[in-house]
Design a protein around this ligand. Structure first.
Ligand code: KG4
Ligand code: ZN
Length: 358
């Protein structure tokens, strides 16, 4: 089976051709970083225009690299949400056009499901269901019990900022650029995490929900308390290291609670999978490795290129669904409407302490 996946939900225009064994036959990711840099963050209208400008050429290049014509595909998949709606519309319309022209099945993929299954793409067949998933991206921070494609139970979510969002806002506040995650990680390498006392929001509380906005605000207060004038390089490094250390401690605490719940439902479960852009962070990976070693479970992290947005995870999520339910049930109708919000677990209650995101 060979599927083309298209991703346009945020600031990467991406396409990939993946086969049923999880081999990425060809892929391209075009970052819009330079388009958004002057604004210090993603501008939805700029993103949608950039996707529209580049998606056709990018798909053409990917198909050429794969050495395939559209007629040789078994299906075409695109991110159908959640995300910035202008971009999602571009990807969905493009996939529908290819599907119509070449008489191929079309699949609309939940972007978060793409992240959720990405570890199985990189180690196809080796990461068995069920697993506990920590999905941390620019828009989401969730703990999910993953039983199979389309079968997710949300155990915890953020009650305010997503972790990627907190990284991005912290970086902006410290003036170290965009995107914030990689900038904070790089600055933290030279930093002393113990210099500033930063809070560990939600640590020790019952449940598995997260909160990151207080941590970001605490960084701001510390920065404002430093001597006037531009921040020194060491101050920035120490603040970034402190922020990461606090985030790591909070994640470990919340995961530990989620693991208790997960193991009640799945006594034989033995894996924590991390996914989403923030999962590319090496410091957090090491921090979570300590936790999983303590709890005698495996930590499974896709390679960084599969953590950040890409087309391969969209193609792979489509393949998983097709393999799970068969093409006729898996395919979507061409009247599918892009979904700006699309929770993986529609039955999940609103997070404790309110203000939760989907
Ligand atoms: O999954 P993703 O590429 O896009 C969304 O679906 O949101 O995640 C993007 C987020 C951004 O907030 C970015 O700053 C963060 O992932 N990120 C990182 C790192 N690389 C990307 N955060 C921390 N450390 C990194 N190395
Ligand atoms: Zn993403």
């Amino acid at each position: 089976m060979i599927v083309l996946g298209i991703e346009t939900s945020c600031d990467e225009t991406a396409a990939a051709v993946v086969n049923g064994d999880g081999v990425i036959i060809a892929e391209n990711v075009l970052s819009q970083l330079e388009d958004h840099r002057p604004y210090g963050g993603v501008v939805p209208e700029v993103a949608a225009r950039a996707h529209l400008e580049h998606v056709d050429v990018l798909i053409g290049k990917t198909m050429a690299k794969a050495g395939l014509s559209f007629h040789e595909l078994d299906a075409v998949a695109a991110t159908g949400g959640p995300g910035l709606i202008g971009g999602v519309i571009v990807g969905v319309m493009t996939a529908k056009a290819i599907a119509t022209a070449c008489n191929l099945p079309f699949l609309a993929i939940n972007h978060m499901e793409g992240h959720a299954l990405s570890a199985r793409l990189s180690k196809a067949g080796k990461v068995a269901f069920p697993y506990l998933l920590l999905l941390m991206s620019g828009g989401h921070c969730q703990l999910l019990d993953v039983e199979g494609p389309g079968r997710y139970k949300r155990l915890g979510t953020t009650i305010d900022d997503a972790l990627g969002e907190a990284f991005d806002k912290t970086a902006k506040m410290l003036g170290i650029g965009y995107p914030g995650g990689p900038a904070v990680e790089a600055a933290a390498k030279q930093g002393d995490a113990a210099r500033f006392a930063l809070p560990r929001p939600m640590k020790g509380r019952p449940g598995c929900d997260f909160s990151f906005s207080g941590l970001k605000t605490a960084v701001r207060h510390v920065a404002l308390g430093l001597p006037e004038g531009p921040l020194q390089k060491t101050d920035i490094a120490d603040l970034c290291a402190g922020f990461q250390a606090a985030a790591g401690d909070v994640l470990a605490d919340r995961i530990s609670h989620a693991l208790d719940d997960f193991l009640v439902n799945h006594p034989d479960g033995n894996s924590l999978v991390i996914a989403g852009g923030v999962a590319a962070n090496q410091f957090l990976r090491q921090r979570l490795q300590v936790l999983t070693d303590q709890r005698s479970i495996f930590l499974i992290a896709p390679p960084p290129s599969l953590c950040t947005d890409n087309g391969a995870m969209i193609a792979w999520a489509a393949i998983e669904r097709i393999q799970d339910m068969g093409m006729e049930k898996a395919r979507d109708n061409l009247n599918f409407k892009p979904r700006p919000r699309w929770p993986l677990d529609p039955d999940a209650p609103t997070a404790a302490f309110a203000g939760a995101k989907a």
